[in-house]
Write a protein of this length. Structure first.
Length: 126
């Protein structure tokens, strides 16, 4: 592992505090992404300043709610809308909430684990 890269597991309630800390240190928001897990999602929030790169990993159950960081990093609103719309991650208080209209897609939350299970059931029926 590179010495300037950190991956830190945190609880959902610590996410806004970590975002404020990164903002105070003038770190920029690099990316936010969601990954399906067995019981829910891993949410990855990455920040960088100069040669330091840190990712906070937040594990949430499928029905857990996460508080937005878009009030701290306005660009987070796009990432969070994407996670909400494509994966069904429940994110509260997004500053610019597209109300699931960010993308023109046929299926609601196509990457949500339950959607995967529904698709596999249909294939078995054919």
């Amino acid at each position: 592992m590179r010495e300037n890269y950190q991956l830190i597991d945190i609880t959902p309630d610590l996410l806004p505090l970590k975002a404020v800390r990164e903002k105070k240190h003038n770190a920029r928001l690099v990316q936010i992404c969601a990954v399906n897990t067995k019981d829910g999602f891993d949410l990855l929030y990455s920040f960088a300043k100069e040669y330091r790169f840190i990712t906070y990993k937040v594990q949430v159950d499928i029905n857990d709610e996460v508080v937005t960081i878009s009030d701290i990093y306005p660009s987070a609103a796009l990432y969070e809308n994407e996670m909400k719309e494509l994966f069904g991650v429940k994110i509260k208080y997004i500053n610019l909430d597209y109300k699931r209209k960010l993308y023109t897609i046929d299926a609601e939350t196509p990457f949500r684990p339950e959607a995967d299970m529904d698709d596999s059931d249909e294939e078995d029926d054919e």
